[in-house]
Design a protein around this ligand. Structure first.
Ligand SMILES: [Zn+2]
Length: 94
């Protein structure tokens, strides 16, 4: 991780377009099958995730590997509140 370089905004824009196309290319039945298969499953270990309300924001957390999933906009809702980083650490730390 130490020699990894930050992704650029242009790379994100290009990746987003690619992923949108990937999703659009799936036919209805296959798309539904994928969604059912992966819904609320941890993207790292595949365990069912639990929804935890943290400071008024519903966060999906894997209690097996400790992974956290934030929906679009949820990170923005969490950061900036006083003491947010310490609160995250104590709440999500193992
Ligand atoms: Zn997990």
């Amino acid at each position: 991780m130490s020699n990894a370089s930050d992704v650029t905004h242009e790379e994100i824009v290009a990746l987003r377009a690619q992923r949108q196309a990937d999703g659009d290319s799936l036919q209805g039945e296959e798309r539904e099958r994928q969604r059912t298969l992966h819904w609320m499953r941890c993207c790292k270990c595949g365990t069912q995730m639990d929804e935890i309300v943290f400071r008024g924001v519903r966060v999906d957390k894997c209690l097996r590997c400790g992974g956290i999933y934030l929906d679009d906009g949820e990170l923005e809702q969490l950061v900036g509140k006083p003491g947010w980083i310490e609160a995250l650490r104590s709440f999500f730390g193992s």
